[in-house]
Write a protein that binds this ligand. Structure first.
Ligand SMILES: [Zn+2]
Length: 327
């Protein structure tokens, strides 16, 4: 047999052996609600925005209609709701103890983004309360009960080089997350994205998924706030959508980091950059280059980390990108 074929056979045999070890009788295959099996490993079509879905629930009011475009919400995802009616002047919602500001889309309606934190307890009947204001000064409240289901997150072990050991301090992690939470509490009442929605910052394979339970060097346990994209150092990073740069600087874990405010509580973050081309306050367009990839911050090698927050919660940026968004 040809030597190369023999090597391939051995690799294949090892893979099958490893797979059967990982999927033995005692351990059922992990759930895959976010399609990780489809995006990791073999090249797949890049995720793009989906078609407008059929409504899953319609709540009629006296002069407006509340429409839900999802049946359940998984931990760490976003659901789209709509209020439509000729006399509607504004709409807002109370959801998981947060105030959600709706954005208007001309000749369509008012839309709200309901985000669910990755640690929110699964339950059948979380209350949604939507307040609708009409042109004659009256108001109406429309309600629905929403089921939150498990996100099906995976677990990963990560090894950091000894010179990055100082990044295993849980206080460093806590301080950096708190810093970003303070940024995400603001909601700019101006929508920057258009009907094209959001795009991948680098058109390459997604690797490590959002929400993963990560253990660094068998000491620090964290959650993965975004998706990783495979790339080498010096790859251009594009803005996922138009917006205003609200942060451009260095963070201990995210390294050289850029955060874009897209309006109505939607933020995207771009981490571990080697070079940053934008500054705070700068307006950017969709697919404008914001920097170059690198391995600054807490990384085990060059890769790109892309994360999004919606209405104060870290959410699955790939799920958000795939979701139909009016614009
Ligand atoms: Zn990452």
């Amino acid at each position: 047999m040809h030597k190369r074929h023999l090597t391939l056979l051995i690799i294949l045999a090892l893979c099958v052996f490893g797979f059967s070890l990982a999927h033995g009788q005692d351990t059922p295959p992990p759930e895959d609600p976010i399609g990780l099996d489809a995006v990791v490993g073999t090249p797949q079509p890049l995720p793009t925005m989906g078609e407008r879905p059929a409504p899953s629930l319609v709540v009629p009011g006296a002069r407006s209609t509340l429409t839900l475009y999802f049946s359940t919400l998984a931990q760490g995802t976003v659901g789209l709701i709509e209020v439509s009616g000729a006399a509607v002047t504004t709409a807002s919602a109370t959801w998981l103890d947060r105030f959600i500001d709706f954005f208007p889309v001309e000749e369509m309606g008012w839309y709200g983004l309901l985000s669910v934190g990755m640690e929110q307890n699964p339950r059948r009947d979380y209350p949604l309360s939507v307040s609708v204001a009409y042109s004659d000064g009256t108001r109406e409240t429309l309600t629905a009960a929403i089921e939150i289901v498990l996100g099906g997150f995976i677990r990963q072990e990560v090894t950091l080089a000894p010179d990055k050991g100082f990044l295993l301090d849980s206080e460093t992690e806590r301080a950096e997350l708190a810093r970003m939470e303070s940024i995400f509490t603001a909601s700019t009442p101006e929508r920057a994205w258009d009907e094209a929605g959001f795009t991948l910052p680098i058109p390459a394979a997604l690797t490590s998924p959002f929400g993963a339970f990560r253990v660094f060097n068998a000491t620090l346990s964290t959650r993965h706030t975004g998706w990783d994209i495979r790339c080498t150092t010096g790859t251009p990073v594009f803005a996922s959508a138009a917006g205003r740069v609200i942060y451009a600087g260095e963070m201990p874990i995210r390294g050289n980091h850029v955060i874009i405010d897209h309006g109505y509580g939607v933020y995207s973050g771009y981490s571990h950059l080697s070079i940053t081309y934008v500054t705070r306050g700068q307006e950017v367009t969709r697919e404008q280059v914001v920097g170059m990839t690198g391995s600054t911050g807490r990384t085990s090698g060059p890769h790109f980390h892309w994360e999004m927050a919606v209405n104060g919660e870290w959410i699955d940026s790939v799920q958000f990108l795939r979701m139909w968004l009016p614009g």
